[in-house]
Design a protein around this ligand. Structure first.
Ligand code: SAH
Ligand code: SF4
Length: 407
């Protein structure tokens, strides 16, 4: 397998002290206004200043107050003294041989904590580009086939840190307007490199609901980053009470990590099933606000050899989802060092897909992307838990020996 190209991270562009200051990124307009007013911006100017900053941060993508050319020097000095809008540090940027990119980002400590690291993945495809964003460092859930699940939860990411993954990826991909385009220029949707975002990185987004909500509302704000809500998908292992809130308060597309259609098996694969069993999960899906044939729920189903890939499982799946506007995404299992699972054979996956498809559900098989740089679904983990070199070599040998032939 060709080795991935590791790109040296650019040097830190800001003094460490800047990290201590409160950020303006990820605040609601109201909170940003309050922060400015506290620093002496006259009340009658606050609205205008917030709009101005919003535009610089989210349309122009600046990460340095000095680039805000229509803001007076005095105001810029005040902002620099009290706030930061700096991007996180890039510890590593890797480019897969299929064009997938993965960034390992380091965020400064919050309060007394330590710096944390998370991974963000960009997947370019014909006609679109998807950014896979993390919501937590590690995960409290322990799905048995997921690499992230073997890493204990370190902490929730803040709204700023969730949003920063999108801002940084747009920087690195050249996806903000050039410095010299006229003020107000927005990269039109069809010209963008990042057209879609999926909350499918590390962590369970519905266990960090408030921060995820705030970040996604900013990402979809029409005066800023302006991603369409139909192009934002939140994936959950099935935290039932928060599913309804996702629809009513955020309004993005929903994906459910289903993976099994019998409670005994799902209890093992996705242990949160013991708390929210299939019946409750599917009832919550049926009640998802805005659900229609044009806004279907995606059910993710990882294909595990001899575990959940029989035709009997396919039949039960179709029965379970009867009447739910759904699309079933079959995910070939992505191996990671230490796992006991194997990916189903290709013929088995196709047979399963055909059955589901004939029952009237779209059932695309997800092409594994970025496996060579451990960027594929369920392979993410952060620096604190990154593979020792010897493990990495053993893993690569395993991939070459047969698990990675479809890369
Ligand atoms: N915690 C959320 C979102 C992150 S996981 C969730 O569970 O939905 C994104 C998707 O990748 C989920 O469907 C997850 O079940 C799946 N996944 C996890 N490990 C995987 C692996 N090793 N191979 C393939 N898919 C995996
Ligand atoms: Fe957490 Fe999702 Fe992995 Fe389960 S599949 S351990 S919920 S990240």
């Amino acid at each position: 397998m060709p080795r991935s190209e590791a790109v040296a991270a650019p040097p830190l562009r800001r003094p460490a002290a800047a990290l201590e200051k409160p950020t303006l990124v990820g605040l609601s307009r109201e909170a940003m206004g309050d922060a400015l007013a506290e620093r002496g911006v006259p009340q009658k100017q606050v609205r205008m200043r917030v709009s101005q900053l919003w535009h610089w941060l989210y349309v122009r993508g600046v990460s340095d107050f000095d680039d805000m050319t229509n803001v007076s020097r005095e105001m810029r000095e005040m902002l620099k003294t009290h706030f930061t809008i700096a991007r996180p540090e890039i510890v590593e940027e890797q480019v897969s041989n299929d064009g997938t990119r993965k960034w390992l980002l380091r965020f400064p400590p919050r309060g007394a904590g330590r710096p944390v690291e998370v991974e963000t993945v960009y997947i370019p495809e014909e006609g679109r580009g998807t950014l896979c964003i993390s919501s937590q460092v590690g995960c409290t859930l322990t799905c048995s086939f997921c690499h992230t699940g073997t890493q204990k939860l370190v902490r929730n990411l803040t709204a700023e840190e969730i949003l920063a993954q999108l801002l940084l990826a747009r920087d690195r991909l050249g996806d903000f307007p050039d410095r010299d385009t006229p003020a107000g220029a927005i990269v039109p949707n069809e010209g963008r490199k990042i057209t879609n975002i999926v909350m499918m990185g590390m962590g369970e987004p519905l266990y960090n609901f408030d921060n995820v909500k705030q970040a996604l509302l900013i990402a979809t704000d029409g005066d800023g980053l302006s991603l369409s809500k139909r192009r934002v998908t939140l994936s959950t292992s099935g935290i039932v009470p928060e599913i309804l809130r996702t629809g009513s308060e955020i309004g993005v597309m929903l994906a459910i990590s289903l993976h099994a259609v019998r409670d005994e098996l799902r209890d093992m694969l996705v242990p949160i099933n013991r708390k929210y069993p299939l019946k409750e999960l599917i009832a919550a899906c049926r009640a998802y606000p805005g659900l229609s044939n044009a806004r279907r729920i995606t059910f993710e189903y990882v294909m595990l050899k001899d575990v959940n890939d029989s035709l009997e499982d396919a039949k039960l799946l179709v029965q379970l989802l009867k009447g739910v506007p759904a699309k079933i995404n079959l995910i070939p299992f992505n191996p990671w060092p230490g796992t006991n699972y194997q990916c189903s054979d290709w013929e088995t996956i196709e047979r399963f897909a055909d059955f589901v498809n004939q029952a009237g559900y779209a059932s695309p098989i997800r092409t594994p992307r970025g496996r060579d740089i451990l960027a594929a679904c369920g392979q993410l983990k952060s620096e604190s838990e990154r593979m020792r070199k010897v493990d990495r070599m053993a893993f690569e040998a395993m991939m070459i020996a047969g698990h990675g032939e479809d890369d």
